[in-house]
Design a protein. Structure first.
Length: 116
């Protein structure tokens, strides 16, 4: 959902966060050990999330857990919710990522179809 914010909203949010909050709140592909509070790095990660259409969190918010998430969009293409799956990092196989993302996106499309 963070990747959906406009530039002015994102700037306001980043300005209000402490360095630790900025590092841990992105929910993107960086590993926990490489958490970086720099807003520039977070912005770069958010661009990647927007381009890919999904985010991968490898131990960033919870050690030993990998989560993959997609946005659920309404009929106007606005992100209104998120859908994710989480698993122990020892069970995560990066080769399965495309299939996991496809499954999440199909589920998100199903939710979208049910929105009025």
């Amino acid at each position: 959902m963070l990747a959906e914010l406009g530039e002015s909203e994102l700037t306001r949010l980043l300005d209000s966060l402490s360095p630790g909050e900025a590092a841990n709140g992105s929910g993107t592909t960086a590993d926990h050990a490489s958490a970086d509070p720099e807003p520039a790095r977070l912005r770069t990660e958010l661009v990647r999330v927007r381009r890919q259409g999904f985010a991968v969190n490898r131990g960033r918010s919870e050690r030993g857990v990998v989560a993959i998430g997609v946005a659920v969009r309404n009929l106007e293409d606005k992100a209104v919710a998120g859908l994710s799956i989480a698993m122990p990092s020892v069970r995560y196989d990066p080769q399965c990522l495309p299939a996991l993302v496809a499954t999440l996106m199909m589920a998100a499309d199903g939710v979208r179809a049910d929105l009025d």
